[in-house]
Every structure is written in structure tokens, then in C-alpha cells.
Design a protein around this ligand. Structure first.
Ligand code: OAD
Length: 262
């Protein structure tokens, strides 16, 4: 089922990067951004929700949308793809997950080294003084659950400076966090195998990472049910859902790995 050169590359790899996008969490029940009909950007306008200008123009709407998404993530579980990515740690010296996702499903599946390029729903901070904000519970500061993404919810106030707390995600027009971006570069330059999983590869600069890995001599493996353009040049293109293919690949490469559920 899998090319023997892929199996050998994985068996011999000492450093693996698992680069993920929204599709990695799709089987957990979290909508992707661009899939037709279900994608978040099909139903919401990024300009209204995912820019600093949108936040300062309508903080209650933007905060509510991100709290709705945080609640959604809190209610979801890691899927078999997240679990398989974490299981790679049992077989390979160094495994790093570099993710565009703002959920915490890789961590909850057991991945110990996760680099978040686009921030995290779980780490909001003050829009004035940048102090991190601690959530007191599953929903912001005991506020009522955001049942609908368009119900307004005022952001909490910073306990240091009384500024408005903002979601801890990277918005359009903002730079990626420097330390994370530099770390991702180093990991990609040094890896033997890079998996590009569940990303449409259209949002830069993150989308450039698989190509950088390729240029550094790594084997690049895409897992995606749809075409992204990467299939034209990656070494191995696995067409299908990550929650099925990644566990099957691990089982093929490392037969002591527990069999994926049928
Ligand atoms: P997209 O929504 O653009 O792409 C999701 C990809 O996942 C598509 O290529 C799908 O075909 C694929 N996919 C769907 N189900 C899958 C499955 N079960 N297994 C594997 N792949 C599957 O999401 P991203 O590429 O992550 O940025 O989007 C990149 C960035 O755009 C996001 O981080 C976000 C967004 O705007 C910010 O918020 C800054």
C-alpha cells in the first residue's frame, strides 16, 4: 500500500517534522478554514473577525467568535492522526510538530514538542501591555457559554493595566511569533522527513516550510484528501484523511505499533 522507499525513509529517519494545518483537526470535528461548505471562511468573513482592525472595531463580536471556537475545541478530542503523530516519538529520535492550528489537540494526544506558528486559542493576552491572561475556567471568566458565534461577548479586562484582552492568535496582517518561526526554520532545515498534513498551503510564510525542507534534502510527504499543488513535487503524496493514513503508515513502518482501528 505504501511505497517501500517511504517506509525505509521513515525507518531510517532520526529527525521528523510533522507540519499540520486545519485538516489535521477536521476528524475531531473542528471545521477547516477553506473546505467548501464546512470551512470557517465559507461562513464568516476573515476581514470581520481575523484582523486587528476588526477586533478594535467590534471587540465583542471578535472575542465571542474566538471564545466559541475555544469552546468547540475544548469539547473535541484528538483524533487518530494526532495520536499517530504523537506515537512517532516512540520510533524516531526527534519529532517536532510545527502547526498552524490554534487548538491544543496535538498536546492532548501526547506530542511533547509542538511549535504553534499561528498562536493559540488558549493563550490570550492584553492588547495594551501584552501580559498573558489566565482563563479561570473552561469559558472566559465564568461568562456564559457562547452558544452562537455571533453572540457578542465583551473581552475581559487585563488585571495589570485594565486593557482589553485579545485572542492569542496571529491575525491577517500580523507577523508570526519570532521565536517560533525561527525554531520552525531550524527544525525544517535539519529534518530527514517532513510530513505536510491537512493544510491547503496557501497562507504564507508558513506554507513555505515544506519547500524549505525539500531544498534541505528532506523527504517530503503530503497527507491530504484534496490537491494542494504540493503533489507536483513532494516525494510521496498520500491521498486521504490523516486519521486513517498516518496510523496505517506507522503500522507499516513499525510493525510493533498497535494496529489502527478498522
Ligand atoms: P485550510 O482550511 O486552508 O486547509 C485545510 C486542508 O485540510 C485542505 O487542504 C483539506 O483538503 C485538508 N483536509 C481536510 N480534511 C482532512 C483530513 N481528514 N486529513 C487531512 N487533510 C484534510 O487550513 P490551513 O491550511 O490550516 O490562519 O489554513 C492555513 C491558515 O489559514 C490557518 O492557520 C488560518 C487560516 O486563515 C490564521 O488564522 C492566521
Amino acid at each position: 500500500m505504501f511505497d517501500s522507499s517511504l517506509i525505509i525513509a521513515l525507518q531510517q529517519a532520526r529527525r521528523v517534522v510533522v507540519f499540520t494545518g486545519a485538516g489535521a483537526s477536521a476528524e475531531s470535528g473542528i471545521p477547516t478554514f477553506r473546505d467548501a461548505l464546512t470551512g470557517l471562511w465559507e461562513n464568516f468573513d476573515p476581514a470581520q473577525l481575523a484582523t486587528p482592525e476588526a477586533y478594535f472595531a467590534n471587540p465583542d463580536l471578535v472575542w465571542a467568535w474566538y471564545e466559541w471556537r475555544r469552546q468547540l475545541v475544548t469539547d473535541c478530542q484528538p483524533n487518530a492522526g494526532h495520536v499517530a503523530a504523537a506515537s512517532l516519538q516512540d520510533h524516531v529520535d526527534q519529532v517536532a510538530v510545527v502547526t498552524q492550528n490554534v487548538d491544543d489537540l496535538h498536546e492532548r494526544a501526547g506530542s511533547s514538542d509542538v511549535v504553534h506558528l499561528h498562536g493559540s486559542l488558549h493563550h490570550p493576552y492584553c492588547s495594551s501591555c501584552s501580559q498573558p491572561h489566565n482563563f479561570s475556567g473552561a469559558v472566559a471568566d465564568g461568562a456564559p457559554l457562547v452558544a452562537e458565534p455571533k453572540d457578542g461577548l465583551p473581552p475581559p479586562a487585563c488585571t495589570y493595566c485594565d486593557g482589553m484582552i485579545r485572542p492569542g492568535v496571529v491575525w491577517f496582517g500580523e507577523s508570526l511569533p519570532q521565536a517560533e518561526w525561527q525554531r520552525a526554520h531550524r527544525l525544517v532545515a535539519d529534518c530527514d522527513v517532513l510530513f505536510s498534513i491537512g493544510t491547503s498551503s496557501v497562507v504564507y510564510p508558513a506554507a513555505d516550510l515544506p519547500r524549505r525542507a525539500h531544498a534541505s534534502g528532506a523527504q517530503v510527504v503530503q497527507i491530504n484528501p484534496s490537491e494542494t499543488g504540493l503533489e507536483d513535487w513532494v516525494h510521496h503524496n498520500l491521498v486521504g484523511p490523516a486519521g486513517r493514513l498516518l496510523p496505517q503508515l506507522l503500522q507499516a513502518a513499525f510493525p510493533d505499533e498497535p494496529s489502527p482501528a478498522a
